[in-house]
Write a protein that binds this ligand. Structure first.
Ligand SMILES: Cc1ncc(COP(=O)(O)O)c(C=O)c1O
Length: 399
């Protein structure tokens, strides 16, 4: 039968406990979500700072609609690029000490665009093994040679980069692009950007950082990893950041040299052939960065992370050494992970089970995310619930 593989693939996923199904969220206020008439305290979203419902951000959105309407009405090279987009690009370029920035509709599109637009047969891309699928997929499909180095392993990267006549790697590559993340999306640990930029300089390579989870959260004014670690455009020639997580809106940007941005404006198909982001979104995004500049929400988040980790330690809940809002608990198999997530749901707590192939086999996990919009009492109730459920599955330490 034609296209029988569709059903076969779904059946296989179901058998292995890996089938994905969506939940329909009725409403959400702060960290509370409503599903099928039930309310849950969510520890699953990426709105790390509560910016989705920040009053100044919502106000900017509404004002944007009254000036420009709800959509941009065209792709950027036609009539879709407004002064609202330009002001956000200028703000990002100035704040990040880059020559220029370019907006995209999503981080997925931005990663694909960079990969596809820059690729040629003599480019060698070397990506951290735990890079997000939006980069990996594009890297594997583009014209460049594509290699992965072990997670945050600079020695492995250096070995791959060394000229080795028996490998087809960098020996024949005229250009090399090293790629990592600011905060890794599933583990919450930081990319070793300082070491990576050193290696890049030594090997005449470029470093690209996907800072999707660092934006808003890291840096004195919320401008992410390059602000936090003071990394210049020369050290990180390609910076990608998204707005759909800590910034609370949607969309993404790439920042770097004027030549890079001019090149993307001309050759990045995801930019050229896609309707520009709504101008109201650009205004709301700009307002979100401004409302984060004093660092107070980031401080609240830091306090929640410390509280969560302390309570978990006291109860023997096994954590990784992540210091960020992403606090995974590794369960190791998809079926148990789903059961734990279901049991937490019964207690009014929402944590999505993240399973293979989103994470490597055997590392299925609860990807817990904390937010400045959680109250101290939310964290207390959550850790109490976690303890009860994890004890049932013998996941607690020393038991
Ligand atoms: C590291 C990373 N890069 C890129 C993306 C894609 O960003 P967006 O959701 O804006 O498409 C994500 C989203 O989950 C991500 O975690």
């Amino acid at each position: 039968m034609a296209f029988a593989y569709l059903q076969d693939a779904l059946n296989a996923r179901r058998r292995e406990g890996l089938l994905r199904q969506r939940k329909i969220i009725g409403s959400s206020v702060g960290a509370m979500i409503e599903i099928d008439g039930q309310h849950y305290l969510s520890f699953s979203g990426n709105d790390y700072l509560g910016q989705r419902q920040d009053l100044a951000v919502m106000q900017a959105w509404v004002e944007g609609i009254s000036s420009y309407g709800v959509g941009s009405g065209a792709s950027p090279l036609v009539t879709g690029h407004t002064d609202a987009h330009q002001q956000l690009e200028d703000f990002l370029a100035t704040g990040l000490n880059r020559e220029a920035a370019l907006l995209f509709n999503s981080g997925f599109a931005a990663n694909q665009a960079v990969c596809q637009a820059l690729s040629h047969p003599n480019l060698c891309i070397l990506a951290d093994k735990l890079m997000h699928a939006s980069f990996m997929e594009a890297g594997k499909l583009c014209d460049a040679k594509f290699k992965r180095f072990r997670h945050n392993d600079v020695n492995h990267l250096t070995n791959l980069l060394k000229t080795n006549p028996s490998s087809d790697l960098s020996s024949s590559a005229t250009d090399k692009l090293i790629v990592s993340e600011g905060i890794f999306s599933m583990d919450g640990d930081l990319g070793c950007l300082n070491e990576l930029q050193n290696v890049a300089q030594q090997h005449d390579a470029w470093l690209m950082v996907d800072d999707a989870h660092g934006m808003g959260v890291l840096g004195k004014t919320g401008l992410g990893s390059v602000e936090q670690f003071n990394l210049s455009q020369q050290q990180v020639p390609i910076l990608m950041g998204t707005f759909g997580k800590g910034i609370g809106t949607s969309g993404a940007f790439v920042a770097g040299s004027q030549i890079l941005i001019d090149y993307l404006v001309n050759f990045a198909k995801h930019y050229v052939y896609s309707t520009a982001m709504p101008p109201a979104m650009a205004l709301a995004t700009h307002a979100s960065f401004q409302s984060l500049a004093d660092g107070s929400k980031q401080q609240a988040l830091t306090q929640r992370i410390a509280q969560f980790r302390l309570l978990c330690q006291q109860k023997g809940i096994p954590l990784t050494d992540s210091s960020t809002a992403i606090q995974p608990i590794i369960i190791g198999d998809p079926v148990t992970c789903l059961r734990i997530s279901e049991d937490l749901k019964q207690l009014g707590l929402w944590v999505t089970a993240i399973r293979y192939p989103t994470v490597p086999k055997g590392t299925d996990r609860l990807r817990i995310t904390l937010s400045a919009s959680h109250k101290n009492s939310d964290i207390e109730a959550f850790v109490d619930g976690l303890e009860i459920v994890l004890r049932r599955y013998q996941v607690l330490l020393n038991e």
